[in-house]
Design a protein around this ligand. Structure first.
Ligand code: AMP
Length: 186
């Protein structure tokens, strides 16, 4: 977890490689559907362009399908999911239903902590090169607000479950990756 621009995508890819599990990024799946012009992509795009969350029922159904695929059986890193209390409850249900070799339940929730002004600066810099429609200053600020309102409360939920590992997200990619690995005893 982490607010937009905290570097969670980069770290999630590296962590998935390290544990030999699948990297499941809801943002990546939405973007792939947008570029393939699927119905899911058309639905998601309106929300993404506005910096809003895609509705829970759409996102939850997509994650349920994704986690049922073979490569997720060995484990996975969820990147950008769950983001709402409703998604937490759905994920609990999905993990409870999974059987077979894998243990049900999350091992840990990694949250990257970065100062909000630093994040806005990072995102504006990324906007110069990414061409992402959700990288305008207005949308960037709105996405931070949505994160604070909808997703920041999840930190408390996972903190109470004893799963939360808060990591200083300021530093090089390798420095932050080393902090995550240490916090997870990898
Ligand atoms: P990301 O690349 O993780 O920042 O996601 C890009 C955009 O996809 C977000 O701003 C949302 O519009 C949408 N999105 C990604 N993950 C979720 C989620 N778990 N719930 C709702 N919308 C999501």
């Amino acid at each position: 977890m982490g607010p937009p621009g905290a570097g969670k995508g980069t770290q999630a890819v590296g962590l998935a490689e390290r544990i030999g599990g699948a990297h499941v990024s809801t943002g990546d799946i939405f973007r792939a559907n947008v570029s393939e012009q699927t119905e899911l992509g058309r639905t998601a795009q309106r929300y993404m362009d506005a910096g809003e969350y895609v509705p829970d029922e759409v996102t939850n159904a997509m994650v349920r399908d994704r986690l049922a695929q073979d490569d997720a059986l060995k484990g996975f890193v969820l990147d950008g999911y769950p983001r709402t209390v409703d998604q937490v409850e759905t994920l609990d249900g999905i993990l409870g239903e999974l059987d077979g070799e894998q243990e049900a339940g999350l091992d840990a929730v990694v949250a990257l902590v970065v100062d909000p002004e630093e994040l806005i600066a990072r995102l504006l810099k990324r906007a110069e090169t990414s061409g992402r429609a959700d990288d305008t200053e207005e949308v960037i600020r709105h996405r931070q607000e949505v994160y604070t309102a909808e997703t920041a409360p999840l930190l408390q939920v996972y903190g109470e479950r004893g799963l939360l590992r808060e990591i200083d997200g300021v530093g090089s990619v390798d420095e932050v990756a080393a902090r995550i690995a240490a916090a997870l005893d990898l």
